[in-house]
Each structure stands twice: as structure tokens, then as C-alpha cells.
Design a protein around this ligand. Structure first.
Ligand SMILES: NC(=O)c1ccc[n+]([C@@H]2O[C@H](COP(=O)([O-])OP(=O)(O)OC[C@H]3O[C@@H](n4cnc5c(N)ncnc54)[C@H](OP(=O)(O)O)[C@@H]3O)[C@@H](O)[C@H]2O)c1
Length: 308
């Protein structure tokens, strides 16, 4: 039995879909099982068992891991991520799980520190020390992150960042999920560390150009100083400071460490990674113009920044 932790997340939900398509049974976990059942729908009910579990509740994990041999682990970032994931690894081993597929992040140079990447390195160390077979997937930025720009694009035709013109690697989460499914079902793929990228590097100004062409209206990328972006994310985006700091660190890192696509997805899946162009095309309805909601403080703040 395969257990999926993070089944409602960006990668996890795509993995559940993939396993349903492959006819591979699994147990999917969530702190909101009803939401997960709705997500899975009729199609997956016979193949996917749903269970409640919370990383902060070891008893729920023991129950959820009973009888399982493999675990997929993709928890959202949180200041408790190291504590939770290391405890999950330990409980998984005690429960008889033999193989863990963990979503990590690229291991960056010391010269460009990213705190969350350090958390993942620490969790990877715990995996190595556990003695369990493990497959580590280190994807670059998810194409799905671009959806976070929808609120300002739909109301003000702009999005903000601090990456300047630096190109960035984007990978579609569905490709990460397909690689995870391969690691869970093909022993020739499991047990390795893989850095995953899309097939091209693209800058934010280029994304603005592509969206402008798709939407048939001008979309602009506005570059901010890192400290200004940090302030904006905290004050107007209502992000917790650690998360805003993570976004800024990732973007600053992209300006100093060149990102290059690799052929890992192609090699493991025998096909090209999904293209950013196709993702934007598929998602275009989310970026259609809508009238600004004057009661939305974030929009006003970002707009006033833009104007002056
Ligand atoms: N975004 C990127 O570009 C990027 C790039 C490289 C690596 N990563 C890594 O990818 C991982 C996933 O990130 P994401 O932003 O994509 O996550 P996400 O989609 O927000 O998914 C998070 C999942 O974590 C589960 N979760 C959170 N807290 C939990 C808890 N206490 N107990 C049980 N489940 C819990 C949630 O399940 P429920 O809410 O259903 O319980 C949800 O399914 C992160 O570790 C991140 O560092 C992200």
C-alpha cells in the first residue's frame, strides 16, 4: 500500500490522479478528509482510500501508516516542517514502511542562502540516517506558483517580484507527480536523488509578454527592491514574515545563481516536460480582467505603489 501525505497539495493531488489513471491503489491523507473525498470524486473512490491524519498528531500517523510499504511525503512549508517531517520519517520506519519519496528543493550554493532549502537538507539527512530506501525529488519553481499573480493581474494588469530579468526554471507540478508515480511503481527509478526542471528558463518580463499575447492586453512585470517586495508581501499580501522572506530569498537567489534545465524528466518519463506556454494557455481564464474591488486593501496598496 502507498500512503500519500500532502494529497490535497499541488503535487499530491496530481499524484492521486496519476495513480487512479494507472489503477494503483493508495491511501491518501488529509486534515480535511471531506475536502479530499470531493477532490478525488467518483472516479477514484474505488482505488483511493481516504484517511484523516495530522503531522502534529503521531497517533494519527501510526494509524495511517498501518499496513503500508511506501510513503509519498510533500508537506507545505511551515516553521515546523523539520520537526514534522523528521517525526514522520521515524514513525514510518517504526510502522514498517520501506520506501519514502520525499519532495525536497534544489540544494543551493552557500553564497545564496535559502532558509527553506536548508530545512529540506536537514530532512534529507534524517532520511539518509533512517536507513529506509528513499527517493528525493528536488524540483525547481512550480509553474503553478504563477497563479499567485492572478489577483493583481486580473485587477491591475501587473505582477510584482524582485528577480529583474533573471531567467528561472519552471516545472509543471504534474511532471513532478508523474516522476513520483514512477518512483513508487518502478524499482529502477526509486532510491535516487533527482533534480527536476522544465525544459526552458523564462524570466518574469518574458512571462508578462506571453500573458499579454494570450490575454490580448498589456501585462507588466514590476521589479521591486527585495526589501520593498518583502514589505509588500507582509503588509499587503498578508504573508507570515518567514514565508515572505522565503519568496524574497528564492528570487534573490535566482539573480545570482544561473538556473539551467536538465533532461531528468525526459530521461525518467520518456517524454518532454510540459511547456510553460501550454500551462499559461490552460490557465488563461484565471488571468482575465475583472473590475477592481475597491474594498480590497491589497489591490489598493499595490496600485498606489504602481502609481507612485
Ligand atoms: N512551490 C515551489 O515552487 C516549490 C519548489 C520546490 C520545492 N517545493 C516544496 O514542495 C513542498 C510542497 O509545497 P507546496 O507549497 O506545493 O505545498 P501545498 O501544495 O501547499 O501542499 C501542502 C500539503 O501539505 C499538507 N499538510 C500541511 N500541513 C500538514 C499537517 N500538519 N499534517 C498533514 N498534512 C499537512 C496539506 O494537507 P491538508 O491541508 O489536506 O491536511 C497539503 O496537502 C514544500 O515542502 C516545498 O518546499 C516547492
Amino acid at each position: 500500500m502507498i500512503v500519500i501525505m500532502g494529497a490535497t497539495g499541488t503535487i499530491g493531488r496530481a499524484l492521486v490522479e496519476r495513480l487512479i489513471d494507472l489503477g494503483v491503489p493508495a491511501r491518501a491523507l488529509s486534515r480535511e478528509p471531506e475536502k479530499l473525498r470531493n477532490q478525488i470524486g467518483e472516479k477514484g473512490r474505488s482505488a483511493i482510500e481516504v484517511a484523516w491524519a495530522d503531522a502534529a498528531d503521531p497517533e494519527s500517523l501510526r494509524r495511517a501508516f498501518t499496513g503500508a510499504s511506501q510513503l509519498f511525503l510533500a508537506l507545505s512549508n511551515s516553521p515546523r516542517q523539520i520537526e514534522w517531517e523528521t517525526s514522520i520519517i521515524q514513525l514510518a520506519g517504526e510502522s514498517g514502511i520501506k520506501h519514502i519519496v520525499k519532495i525536497s528543493s534544489p540544494a543551493f550554493e552557500q553564497s545564496a542562502p535559502v532558509a527553506v532549502a536548508g530545512w529540506h537538507q536537514e530532512i534529507e539527512n534524517a532520511l539518509r540516517e533512517s536507513g529506509l530506501t528513499h527517493t528525493v525529488l528536488r524540483p525547481y519553481a512550480f509553474m503553478q506558483n504563477i497563479m499567485r499573480f492572478a489577483p493583481t493581474i486580473t485587477t491591475q494588469n501587473v505582477f510584482f517580484g524582485s528577480m529583474g530579468n533573471s531567467p528561472c526554471n519552471f516545472i509543471d507540478c504534474r511532471d513532478i507527480a508523474d516522476v513520483a508515480a514512477e518512483a513508487l511503481t518502478n524499482p529502477e527509478v526509486s532510491g535516487q536523488v533527482y533534480t527536476l526542471t522544465g525544459s526552458e528558463i523564462v524570466s518574469y518580463p518574458q512571462i508578462a509578454d506571453r500573458l499579454s499575447a494570450l490575454l490580448n492586453r498589456p501585462i507588466s512585470y514590476i521589479n521591486l527592491e527585495p526589501q520593498e517586495l518583502l514589505r509588500n508581501l507582509i503588509e499587503h499580501g498578508h504573508m507570515p514574515p518567514w514565508l515572505a522572506n522565503h519568496v524574497v530569498e528564492i528570487q534573490s537567489m535566482a539573480t545570482v545563481v544561473p538556473e539551467r534545465p536538465n533532461d531528468t524528466v525526459q530521461r525518467l518519463l520518456g517524454r518532454e516536460p510540459r511547456k510553460l506556454e501550454a500551462f499559461l494557455h490552460e490557465s488563461v481564464e484565471n488571468f482575465r480582467y475583472r473590475i477592481i474591488n475597491v474594498s480590497c486593501p491589497e489591490s489598493i496598496a499595490l496600485k498606489s505603489h504602481r502609481l507612485g
